[in-house]
Design a protein around this ligand. Structure first.
Ligand SMILES: *Cc1c(COP(=O)(O)O)cnc(C)c1O
Length: 244
């Protein structure tokens, strides 16, 4: 067993190495490193580890279980920018928004119902408009998360035109059902962006692409990702698959 102190030192070393690799991948792709946000995915990991990255200046953290994020967020500074990246049920929207005043973005909007719930709850709570990404299922395999690429324009349009308290900010994908991704998945998401931006007459720079995880974030950045979600490469392997 490793002691918590050893684990914390390891996370800092891994984090610095990830930031360097992100920087280099961004330079290779010809985009500015500042254009790529690194969301440190801290699910199942203790608040003390998150605090270490925070103390080193990092501000973007991601969680994908409502219960977990509402427990952790109040224990960390208010200027953390939390990203919710997990499957979100409409009946959990109130708990999520009420429990995390500093929620910066929901990356996983994949149906109109949840978009409508988010929109109404932002208004009810008197929050600032909330940034959201539309999650796309780019693998075509059966999966409960993400809309079919052929519906991405419709949902993006709904968020942009019918949800005044949400800010449509782009697209997100996981890739394959086993939480890996392929270059084809990234290409599909990029194609969705082209279609959405054309339909909504918005510049592509205003439409983020959230793609790339521990195993493939460099490739994702080279293919245009503006937001990578990195968990195990920073924090170490997760010890168990947590049930929602
Ligand atoms: C857990 C998770 C990640 C991070 O996965 P790693 O492979 O550990 O980097 C990224 N995105 C989503 C949606 C996740 O649930």
């Amino acid at each position: 067993m490793t002691s918590p102190l050893v684990a914390e030192g390891a996370a800092m070393t891994a984090f610095r190495s990830v930031m360097l690799r992100v920087h280099q991948a961004a330079e290779r792709s010809g985009s500015k490193p500042e254009r790529v946000r690194v969301v440190a995915v801290s699910k199942t990991k203790p608040v003390t580890l998150i605090q270490q990255l925070y103390d080193a200046g990092h501000r973007y953290f991601g969680e994908n279980y409502v219960q977990e994020i509402i427990e952790k967020a109040p224990q960390l500074p208010q200027d953390v920018e939390w990203h919710f990246i997990g499957h979100l049920q409409s009946n959990k929207v109130k708990t999520l928004l009420g429990g995390v005043p500093n929620l910066a973005m929901v990356q996983s909007v994949d149906n109109q119902k949840v978009a409508n719930h988010l929109d109404r709850m932002v208004s009810t709570l008197g929050r600032n408009p909330l940034k959201v990404l539309v999650q796309v299922n780019t693998s075509g395999e059966e999966s409960k998360s993400g809309i079919d690429p052929s519906n991405c324009v419709e949902l993006a349009k709904h968020v942009k035109l019918s949800c005044p308290n949400l800010v449509y900010s782009g697209l997100m994908t996981i890739g394959m059902p086993d939480y890996t991704s392929t270059p084809q998945n990234f290409q599909t998401l990029s194609n969705c962006r082209t279609e959405v931006c054309k339909a909504l007459e918005m510049p592509e720079e205003e439409c983020e692409l959230s793609m790339g995880m521990s195993g493939d974030f460099e490739l994702a950045i080279e293919m245009g990702s503006t937001n990578v979600r990195i968990g195990s490469t920073i924090f170490g392997p997760r010890e168990y698959a947590k049930k929602q």
